[in-house]
Design a protein around this ligand. Sequence first.
Ligand code: ZN
Ligand code: ZN
Length: 262
Amino acid sequence: MKNRIKVKKIDDCIWLMDDNGEATGYLVCGKKKAVVIDTMNGIANVHSVVREITDLPLIVVNTHGHCDHIFGNLYFDCDCFLHPDDAKIAAKHMRFPVFVRLCKEKKIEMPPFKTIKDGDEIDLGGLTLEVISLPGHTPGGICLLLKEKRVLFTGDSINHHLWMQLEESLPLKTFFENLNKISWVTEKADRILHGHAQDFDDISLFNELRSGLEELIATRGKGDTRYSTDYKWFGGIAKQYPFSNDGSVICYSDEKLDCHPC
Ligand SMILES: [Zn+2]
Ligand SMILES: [Zn+2]
């Protein structure tokens, strides 16, 4: 089962872990500590994958509370951090029958989450991760800035196929404002690693997404050159708005477009 997770070293201190093309986690090794950023689907033992790479003391940081980012926490007995605003959604996903069954089968329990918040810094020894809150895709979504390497881990908050149609996603206007609040990060990072990536993205993705969102809000997805189309997903039919020429889209529902920031 272990080879479900494919590992690729993408920098001298960063490993990308691809869980069957369904989710991506990362291992970042400093001089005294290593961090696992998102633990993916929990089907394969991600802890033993990590232990083949490093013997360093570990911590886990989850970028948000969705199942494809937290279920692998199951295999870790170290501290696992999640923003408290995603505790509810994580608890909901942990009640999914498939996960309850998995825990029973393996006779292991999910470790409790510890709280992480905006501005927290994690010292890995020669490498520092800064926590940057970015509520949008979920209320407790965070980005992690690996300062010395100028790399921004964004989870599902900034990517090429952004899901904002979920019940727990924030109104588009609120997310746009939240992106503006942290736009300083484009001066501090050159590259992005998101939660479903196969390699680095350029930091320019941040501003492409931000402009696309602004355009979508202004035109209500009915621009002359760019406009929204239907997007079928397992929850029904939502909408998708293209924000670049390479097929990147923002998925949303009318409710998220009409909703005013509270
Ligand atoms: Zn995801
Ligand atoms: Zn997600």
